[in-house]
Design a protein around this ligand. Structure first.
Ligand code: C2E
Ligand code: CA
Ligand code: CA
Length: 646
């Protein structure tokens, strides 16, 4: 195609060059004839005339000599005709006696005025010529001059054209040959170049096509190809009335691996997992990397139950240890899936459903979850909430309320707990339960924790004397606690607010420790060394082993309010009592939250509980109300503040 196209300019170039040369060669032929005539006029004829004008005819004395000269030249074959004309154009001498008294043509008069005229013609084709037309010749009219530049007359000759033509055509043949060879080579080179270019372009095109549809790290198909394959698989399933599963896999805690071990190792982990999934999938199903730690799977011709089995199997494959930089790592995955025809027959819709199911699986630690409509309502709302909450943190729409913690022996306040709320521009003041779960499922929990930590410490500073000797209790989510730089962030916040580490109490739920016990223990130990205190919140709900608990660097146990609120229940009462004992045995301060009645308070005091918190003393309240409350309380119970360190 390209080769054929490049033939056109090459041939055109050849034709143009050839035509140009032919014109050039013809001109050259005429010039050669003129030179011949001019030579003759100046060397042979004019000297013979001896400066005498031909207007009175050729002198009788010169006729014999001129006849001899002309015959000799014609015999030699240099000329075909030889005539002399006067300045009026009339023939005064003719080698063969022809042409006398004939019509005078314009070119003759031009020559008589000093112009050299030459034209290609045939013998006997002039007006007045008799006889059959002869061979081709160049007819030249050459003015002849005297020494004083006066025109004596005109020499008219026919120079034979055949030898010139032979020269020209030999030249043209040579040129044609050279052109053919040169252009042929050019054509071959062009063809080769265009061929190799075409091949390279095609190769690059194929490569680009691959890149656009594959993930560069794992070489797995990417989201684009996943969508396309899902569309095809779903369309095929619908056509043949079969089922087909679309699944989304998300690795749990991959971000932590990335943060702790670095991107290089994170990448290595992904590559290894991708390889594993690809091997496991073989050609039974389609696997893609959707981005980050998210993978997509399409299993054709499979029903609900079989898809579940297959995905559980895949999850087991993913969970096996991976060696990264010599360390055995194990990751868990949350998998959600939807079934074509049953859940919908649009690929995009099914992918979205699988995504929803995956979040559901992750949130509820289900491992693998099949999509069901009830997961969805929550999710659409959740998505909107995430966006709004992100802005809320940036725009300082969060506020802290504070609730005091009271020492049971003195009745003095020993700490206040910061509890976050969202001052939503439309919905009003939103409780933490309405947005914390969403924050914890996304990265939003990190900026939220940072915000709360800084705001709480800053508030403690602002209260100044009203809060003298009080500790600030701040709730920390599991995800934030095991973040790599958490301890550093806490210390920085303390330094910036200029608050002593001993005045910060971090409340961490028992479940937070279960997520990654070793890591949590390490971070708590570091905080302990720096002087920061830690409380286990909602204690009694989880199943922390006592052995583990005893190893942690803790300060306080906070009994979950569900036991306290329902203290009448003998089981709960027994639990509260044993937690108090356990805490004291471990050398910890024990707090009861959810104290609403004086009876409960009295009971807790009798049971030996150290600290109480609840609506009985104060509901959580804004900062200004809190400082006022603290002042009133100080006046009421002058014995406080209780000593901070016991
Ligand atoms: P929590 O840490 O167990 O906080 C105590 C919760 O019990 C608070 O609810 C408080 O208002 C409520 N409460 C206090 N006294 C009583 C009482 O006598 N009776 C009853 N029925 N309830 C009482 P709140 O403020 O809605 O907070 C709910 C949870 O949200 C907190 O439970 C905590 O886990 C979480 N949270 C609050 N603020 C933050 C925060 O800044 N960061 C994190 N990560 N979590 C927070
Ligand atoms: Ca708390
Ligand atoms: Ca609690």
């Amino acid at each position: 195609m390209y080769a054929a196209a490049s033939l056109v300019p090459v041939v055109l170039l050849g034709l143009v060059l050839f035509a140009g040369y032919r014109t050039e060669a013809n001109n050259h032929g005429l010039a050669r004839a003129r030179t011949e005539a001019s030579l003759l006029a100046t060397t042979a004829v004019a000297p013979q005339l001896g400066g005498v004008s031909l207007d009175k005819g050729l002198p009788e004395a010169d006729v014999a000599e001129m006849t001899a000269i002309s015959h000799r030249i014609i015999d030699e074959g240099r000329l075909l005709r030889f005539r002399l004309r006067n300045t009026r154009g009339e023939v005064v001498f003719s080698e063969d006696g022809s042409g006398f008294g004939g019509e005078i043509e314009d070119e003759v008069l031009d020559a008589a005025r000093g112009e050299v005229v030459s034209l290609l013609t045939r013998v006997n084709s002039d007006v007045g010529d008799n006889g059959p037309k002869g061979v081709r010749a160049v007819e030249v009219y050459m003015p002849m001059y005297a020494a004083n530049k006066q025109i004596l007359g005109v020499l008219e000759v026919y120079v034979p054209y055949e030898p010139i033509a032979a020269d020209i055509s030999a030249g043209l043949n040579r040129l044609a040959l050279q052109l053919s060879i040169g252009l042929g080579v050019l054509y071959v080179v062009l063809t080769l170049v265009s061929f190799s270019l075409t091949r390279r372009l095609r190769r690059e095109g194929r490569h680009n096509h691959f890149l656009a549809r594959h993930d560069p790290l794992t070489s797995l198909p990417n989201r684009v190809l996943f969508r396309q394959s899902a569309e095809e698989a779903v369309a095929a399933a619908v056509k043949d009335n079969r089922r087909c599963a679309v699944a989304v896999i998300d690795l749990d805690r991959f971000k932590e691996v990335n943060d702790t071990l670095g991107h290089v190792n994170g990448d290595a982990l992904l590559v290894e997992l991708a390889l594993r999934v690809k091997e496991h999938a073989a050609d039974r199903f389609f696997v893609a990397r959707l981005g980050g730690d998210e993978f997509g799977v399409i299993i054709p011709d499979i029903d609900d139950a079989a898809a579940g089995d297959e995905l559980w199997e895949l999850r087991r494959v993913l969970e096996q240890d991976v060696q990264v930089s010599g360390l055995p790592l194990s990751v868990q995955a949350s998998i959600g899936f939807a079934i074509a025809q049953e859940d919908g027959d649009d690929a995009d819709e099914l992918i979205q459903y699988a995504d929803v199911a995956m979040y559901h699986a992750k949130k509820n630690h289900l491992g693998v979850a099949r999509y069901d409509r009830s997961q969805d309502r929550y999710d659409a709302a959740k998505l909107a909430l995430v966006t709004e909450l992100r802005q809320a943190i940036e725009q300082d729409q969060l506020v802290l309320h504070f609730q005091p913690k009271i020492a049971t022996d003195s009745g003095g306040v020993i700490a206040v707990e910061a509890l976050v709320r969202w001052q939503h521009p439309v919905a009003g003041l939103m409780p933490p339960d309405a947005f914390l779960p969403v924050a914890e499922q996304t990265d939003l929990i990190d900026p939220l924790t940072t915000w709360v930590l800084n705001a709480a410490l800053h508030q403690l500073r602002t209260w100044g004397d009203d809060a003298a000797g009080l500790a600030m209790a701040v709730n920390i989510s599991a995800r934030s606690l095991i973040r790599n730089d958490f301890a550093d962030e806490v210390l920085t916040a303390l330094r910036e607010a200029d608050v002593a580490p001993e005045r910060l109490l971090l409340e961490i739920t028992e479940t937070a420790l279960v997520a990654d016990p070793q890591r949590a223990a390490r971070i708590l130990a570091r905080l302990y060394r720096e002087g920061v205190r830690v409380s286990i919140d909602d204690f009694g709900k989880g199943q922390t082993s006592l052995g583990y608990l005893s190893q942690l660097a803790l300060y306080e146990l906070k009994i979950d309010k569900s036991f306290v609120l329902d203290r009448e229940d003998p089981t709960n009462a027994a639990i509260i009592s044993s937690v108090i004992q356990l805490g004291h045995n471990l050398g910890l301060q024990v707090v009861a939250e959810g104290v609403e009645t004086t009876e409960t308070f009295a009971w807790l005091c009798a049971a030996g509980c150290d600290v109480a918190q609840g609506f009985l003393f104060a509901r959580p309240m804004p900062a200004a109300a809190m400082s006022e409350w603290l002042r009133d309380r100080a006046a009421l119970i002058p014995s406080q503040p209780a000593p901070l360190v016991n």
